[in-house]
Design a protein around this ligand. Sequence first.
Ligand SMILES: [Zn+2]
Length: 350
Amino acid sequence: MRDRIIGAGFSALGATGLHRWAAPRFRGLGAILMFHHVRPGVSRAFDPNGMLEITPAFLDAALTRVRALGYRMLSIDQAVDELRAGGTAGAPPFAVLTFDDGYRDNLVHALPVLEKHRAPFTVYVTSGFADRTARLWWVELEEAVRRGSRVALQLDGETLSLPAGTAAEKRAAFKAVYWPLRGGAEDRLLAAVGALAQGQGIDGRGLVEDRCMDWPEIESLARHPLATIGAHTLTHPRLARLDIADMRTELGAAKTILEERLGRPVVHLAYPVGDPGSAGRREFDAAKAFGYASAVTTRPGLVHAGHAAHLTALPRVSVNGLWQDLRHFEVLLSGAAFALWNRGRRVNVA
Ligand SMILES: [Zn+2]
């Protein structure tokens, strides 16, 4: 419902053209766009992770629009250099393309589109997905709810038992399990989702093998002239939920492992999940201390000159699979919506 109201607001704003008038004022130096899966669409009534997936056709259309609006497509290195230099006077805004997690469809479906547009891009790789040791817990949860006609779970000594026969029940059950787990500790989340997945005979490792690039694929992508490989931790935890030693290992060891594998420095990072409950001041400072030149969150926003002092707390624009709509996308890029969401604050790094 909330999504539908926001969507209607975007359409109304798009129809007025007001965002075009607002853009020069709000759009800042540029935008870091966030993508996850890029693959041909399968329409499903129960699709709780659908926001993390766009089609190659929409990626193509979005990049065509980015170019038509006059954006310069920069690599993350170029954008960081510009930010450090205080922007390039009179230059049109930049767009940086980023893909999280290291999905194989980035190589198969996104790369041909990126090549067509000669667009530099960054893929943030979770080394544990390449090693097949980390877990795509949100996909395990989706599959468990898809298969079961009931979702039964022990959580903090209480038994949850929810109907999941219809698509509407599955959506409700997914939310009822997902949000309480997202709000708590990482171990608790992994144990609860693991038990649910096991109960439905789901092979968690198989899901990772199926979706995520292995090391040879990552190494070949890293050699592509348009590609930058960034880090996305060892196991994809919500870092702010970890004790400080584990958090530091996730940031430091991920960098070292990627650098050894790829034979080059890895200086860009994306925080897993990336909302304020997953990455805050402690993580921003740690990323800087480990020598990351930039780190991106999932906090919504555009990049402004003030971010030069906060290069390990950069906001992004999520290209959301639930709204694969160019008018909506253009409204996002204009920055008018973010100015409202962030209540006029251009830099949100607390
Ligand atoms: Zn991720």
